[in-house]
Design a protein around this ligand. Structure first.
Ligand code: PLP
Length: 399
């Protein structure tokens, strides 16, 4: 597939002037907006009017600017922003599904999303079939006439499986359902909408913002779908109210301007360290290594200049060894023993007992998500060799 989308150039080309000619757009510090004619207020309750604002839960100017930039990132007609990644995911699912509908979801997804599908949605009589979405035959078998959504992560949390978006999109079209893709682990690296995804979501808490200083999310899709989310009568975002504060929105928009540079550095660092640890005989999962099950697939899908991503997983075999490694790495200032990822500083955690603990033990075993796994999100370190040497020393201490 020819790659036409140039997300970094598209974001660079955005030109926004602030109120007094500022080089950043001005932040609107208001929850509500005045109308000069009463009739206009009635009109905006019926449909959105370009450049006209009603109330900040509905839309506010800074969230519009950030959303436009995110649509450029993902190559979609439109986008909207939310107060968290989970808000983005839950709003999309609740907007698309009615009682009696079904979701076919990848079995290796973020634990919070898994818990939402498995434990929360059945309250509304929406059920989920969890399958290995790297196997198209299994996905096909799981689809029923009630299936509304196929859901996956482009690069999954925490197993770093790569989903074949073009193949899943073909299946979704054949069965008249929507393909919803979480691209949190791989902004810029993958352009899921270009490969056929209908809706792309992100936890902007991670790479997009990149500073570990706020929680936020976004939804990218067609204008019709994004508009439907803010419909005053039926829109999930309008009615559930996960609005992102405009001060946070302004910060994220500025950080988005450096995302392309950061993604290249995260990927280069992770590739350097993962390759060396792999050569040393440690059990490493990283999509940039030839032994990764979807390495070849990824090479046919990715925007090459942004690399294979900033995360790798080390299998320490037992929880005890994983814990010793993480404490050693924190004590030697490799980074922080903390959940989350995509930060300027390296973050690591053992997903089996934390961010994936919502997935039942039996299912974790099936997907190879064992207690000894340590997920490492490499930071923007200037000297990856130096970081590798410290990690290697920490690993040697555990042995
Ligand atoms: N999607 C993925 C892949 C994640 O890793 C996370 C959080 O870790 C989320 C969604 C949820 O995002 P947030 O914490 O911003 O609600």
């Amino acid at each position: 597939m020819s790659k036409k989308l140039q997300p970094a150039d598209n974001i660079q080309d955005l030109q926004y002037f602030g109120e007094f000619g500022g080089v950043n757009p001005s932040i609107t510090d208001s929850s509500t907006y005045t109308f000069l004619q009463a009739g206009k207020m009635e009109e905006i309750f019926e449909h959105e009017i370009e450049g006209c604002y009603l109330y900040s839960r509905h839309w506010n100017p800074m969230n519009k600017y950030l959303s436009q930039a995110l649509a450029q990132l993902e190559g979609t007609e439109s986008a909207s922003v939310t107060g968290s990644g989970m808000a983005a995911i839950t709003n999309v699912i609740l907007q698309l599904c009615n009682a009696g509908d079904e979701v076919v979801s990848s079995r290796t997804i973020y634990g919070g999303t898994y818990a939402f599908f498995k434990n929360f949605l059945p309250k509304f009589n929406i059920t989920t079939n969890f399958v290995d979405t790297t196997n198209m035959e299994l996905v096909k078998k799981a689809i029923t006439p009630n299936t509304k959504i196929i859901y996956c992560e482009t690069m999954s949390n925490p197993m770093l499986e790569i989903s074949n978006i073009a193949a899943l999109s073909k299946l979704a079209k054949e069965h008249n359902c929507k393909l919803v893709v979480d691209n949190t682990f791989s902004p810029m690296i993958f352009s899921p909408a270009e490969m056929g995804a209908n809706i792309v979501v992100h936890s902007m808490t991670k790479f997009i913002n990149g500073m570990s200083d706020c929680v936020a999310g976004c939804i990218c899709g067609t204008k019709e779908f994004i508009d439907s989310l803010s419909d005053v009568n039926n829109g999930a975002s309008m009615l559930l109210g996960p609005v992102l504060d405009s001060f946070r929105s302004a910060g994220i928009l500025k950080n988005l301007r450096t995302l392309h540079i950061r993604m290249k550095q995260h990927s280069a660092n992770a590739l350097h360290i993962a390759s060396k640890l792999d050569k040393n005989g440690f059990k490493i999962t990283y999509p940039g290594l030839a032994n990764h099950p979807q390495h070849e697939l990824m090479k046919t899908m990715y925007n090459e200049e942004f690399g294979f991503g900033g995360l790798f997983v080390i299998d320490m075999k037992t929880k005890e060894r994983a814990n010793i490694l993480m404490e050693e790495m924190q004590n030697n200032n490799v980074g922080y023993l903390a959940v989350s990822l995509g930060s300027y500083k390296t973050l690591f955690s053992a997903p089996g007992g934390s961010t994936s603990s919502e997935i039942p033990e039996e299912e974790r075993k099936q997907i190879g998500l064992t207690e000894g796994l340590v997920r490492v999100s490499i930071g923007l370190d200037n000297n990856a060799e130096r970081t590798y040497q410290v990690i290697k020393q920490c690993l040697d201490k555990v042995s």
